[in-house]
Design a protein around this ligand. Structure first.
Ligand code: CA
Length: 218
């Protein structure tokens, strides 16, 4: 899962980034409307965390443009907890709203709920044949046996299972795994796929030659 964080309070942003990375999301952080708009030209995000008072203007200006392009969930953060702003944000297509100060655990629970909703699932659990994934605990079991996965192996598995029946391109999967400031080793994706097949089942992930990888629809 790849998230965009637009927040100009550097201290808050730093804390949020640390918390998000611990949850194994890939996160890109910027502090202005301008940079946010530039980022969505190049990247696809599964969710946006949007502060309303950004360094060069209102987060609502970003939201207006974003909603013309993308339907992925947006959660608004604001210090100025006015009813008008909240209504304006929701009218412009924000999916949720969290007044500052907030508990980072609450933000994370809301992010999980929004991601769940946008993928059409009602719970934190993905069941695929003998494979069970608990997205809250980030725990995976296969045929009742718990499987230990690295952060990136887990992210990759979650991305593939969330897109059953669709071929995910290499670029797509790499986006899920890495933030802008992380370097991608050229064969890293193959290594992670190899490990997942070895740890779970060789039949789970199909290679679509020249395109990418997929998990068949159940
Ligand atoms: Ca701000």
């Amino acid at each position: 899962m790849r998230l965009l964080l637009l927040e100009d309070d550097q201290q808050l942003a730093k804390g949020l980034l640390q918390a998000m990375v611990r949850q194994s999301y890939a996160v890109d952080h910027f502090d202005s409307v301008k940079e946010g708009l530039a980022a969505i030209e190049y990247e696809h995000y599964d969710l946006v965390i949007l502060d309303l008072g950004l360094s060069d203007g209102s987060g609502l200006d970003f939201l207006k443009i974003y909603r013309n392009k993308q339907t992925e969930p947006v959660i608004i953060l604001t210090a100025r907890d006015t009813i008008e702003e909240k209504i304006q944000g929701l009218d412009l297509g924000a999916d949720d709203y969290l007044p500052k100060p907030f508990d980072v655990n609450e933000l994370q629970a809301r992010i999980r709920a929004l991601l769940r909703r946008s993928s059409g699932r009602a719970s934190n659990q993905i069941v695929y044949g003998d494979l069970e994934v608990d997205q809250k605990a980030r725990a995976v079991s296969y045929k009742g046996q718990s499987i230990s996965l690295s952060r990136r192996e887990y992210n990759l598995l979650e991305a593939l299972l969330s897109n059953q029946g669709k071929v995910m391109s290499r670029a797509n999967l790499e986006q899920t795994l890495y933030s802008w400031d992380e370097e991608i080793e050229s064969n890293a994706l193959e290594v992670h796929i190899h490990n997942l097949r070895k740890k779970i089942s060789s039949k789970l992930i199909k290679t679509v030659r020249g395109v990418g990888y997929m998990v068949a629809e159940e």
